[in-house]
Design a protein around this ligand. Sequence first.
Ligand code: 5RP
Length: 236
Amino acid sequence: MPADLSPIDKAKFVAAKRASEFVESGMRVGLGTGSTAAWLVRCLGEMVREEGLRIRGVPTSARTAALARDVGIDVISLDEAKWLDLTIDGADEFDPELNLIKGGGGALLQEKIVATASDQMIVIADAAKEVANLGAFPLPVEVVPFGWQTTQALLSETLEAMDVMGREITLRMNGERPYVTDEGNYIVDLHLGRIGNARQLALILNQMPGVVENGLFVDICDRVIVGHGDGRIELR
Ligand code: 5RP
């Protein structure tokens, strides 16, 4: 373990390290995005360089692709891989059914495509990500820039009609400008407070014109590895 890690980084590291034990030579592995997934990529890089692990990695963002190449992982596209044995990624929240909110790092679209194209998805998370109900973390929704304010208004009307608790919607910013995803889209964050029916909300959001994808991952995650600041690990 790297020296002098803060408790939160230690939690992320131990979860990532444990997840790396599920990776075997010959696998095509989806590589998630975010600070926890970055630990996983570094762990896998070390296994490639020092233990002869042979894997092909499909990154879920330009950031992860750059890191994976840096640490020595053979990077291929999803279309080259066609199908993946395993994806390992972080999450912003997970509930007892292992449904997730993702996209805090802005990579939800590629993350969902890659995870869905995998035999198995393992989430790695620090204990603070575990919740009884999804929704305290603002739900990211990727929208096309064209007419985004109209899409936002439509989202607002839809949430009102569904009678969800919180309805504040904010455009994610990068300084003075809108945050732009790897696919050239914007992200609006829905401050809902509590999501009653994640499956229904995910379906409704994706039916709206202008919405590209939402950050609810329902029935996609198979296992969560929870890391704690004292180095303990739990499997969900
Ligand atoms: C990126 C994500 C991340 O997995 C999520 O935001 C968790 O990030 P971190 O591991 O830095 O807490 O969904 O789009």
